[in-house]
Design a protein around this ligand. Structure first.
Ligand code: FES
Length: 262
């Protein structure tokens, strides 16, 4: 599921979270060093890093919240995990903010101030672990399309003909797909290294959109659970899908590609 908060396809949240993680880890390390060596230099370094960490944490939360609203599927395990991830991060920011306030506005000893920082550091590790699961297992922010598949293409046609013009012969690059909404049915028009092909967008396993997956060397892979199908005859090349997908005939003439319905 591609992130809505991205720069040229690169999701912003995973990039920005590296800063608070680094700054808060540095905070804890410098504060421990200042305790060990009784050094005010280390203590002030920890203080600056803590303030920067809070600032960057708030900044990183913005694309994270956008991803939660527009990328994480509602009522999914990813949604529950994302809420836990967000709550942990809010708690982590609260721990470091408490430490910063104690440090600057009270006479609390360094040994006590380190306590919320240690708690914040533990929480940031758990939140980071969940963030990793959200990316690598729930695929939040992952664009599963083949890197050279070109821009996303989509088109709606209403036609009662059996032979429908769907694109120009040079409109798609090799391994690029286009999602066609034809009279309410979702069909993928794709260009392999050899020819144009057409097949159902609906994965026979649990209905994942194949146009949002990747296609390489005549095989399309579903982005949901990885089933693979031949784009030539629709046969299953790898499960968990068991049933094949429907394929359609295409014709090329006068620089145009036509979809031929049965
Ligand atoms: S929905 Fe396509 S593999 Fe599960």
């Amino acid at each position: 599921m591609k992130s809505k908060a991205n720069v040229k396809g690169h999701p912003l949240h995973p990039i920005l979270v590296t800063f608070p993680i680094a700054f808060f880890t540095g905070t804890l390390l410098f504060d421990i060093l200042s305790l060990c060596y009784r050094s005010w230099h280390f203590w002030w370094m920890g203080s600056y890093l803590e303030a920067l960490g809070i600032l960057c944490g708030l900044l990183a939360a913005v694309p994270g919240f956008i991803d939660y609203l527009y990328t994480v599927p509602p009522k999914s395990s990813g949604s529950k995990r994302a809420i836990t991830h967000a709550l942990l991060n809010v708690s982590m920011l609260a721990f470091f903010t408490i430490a910063l306030v104690l440090r600057h506005y009270t006479n609390t000893s360094a040994a006590v101030i380190i306590v919320p920082e240690v708690l914040g550091f533990i929480v940031i590790c758990i939140a980071g672990w969940l963030g990793g699961t959200l990316v690598y297992r729930n695929q939040i922010g992952v664009d599963p399309r083949y890197a050279d598949a070109g821009k996303w293409k989509e088109m709606t046609i209403h036609s009662s003909d059996n032979r429908v013009e769907v694109c120009g012969i040079n409109d798609l690059k090799a391994n690029q797909m286009k999602l066609l909404h034809l009279n309410g049915k979702r069909i993928v028009i794709a260009r392999t290294e050899d020819a144009y092909v057409a097949f159902d967008d609906h994965c026979s396993h649990k209905g994942g959109s194949l146009a949002g997956g990747s296609m390489i060397c005549g095989t399309v892979q579903c982005p949901w659970h990885g089933s693979q199908f031949s784009v030539i005859d629709g046969k299953v090349k790898a499960g968990p899908a068991k049933a094949q997908i429907e394929t359609y005939k295409t014709e090329e003439s006068n620089g145009k590609v036509y979809l031929v319905l049965h």
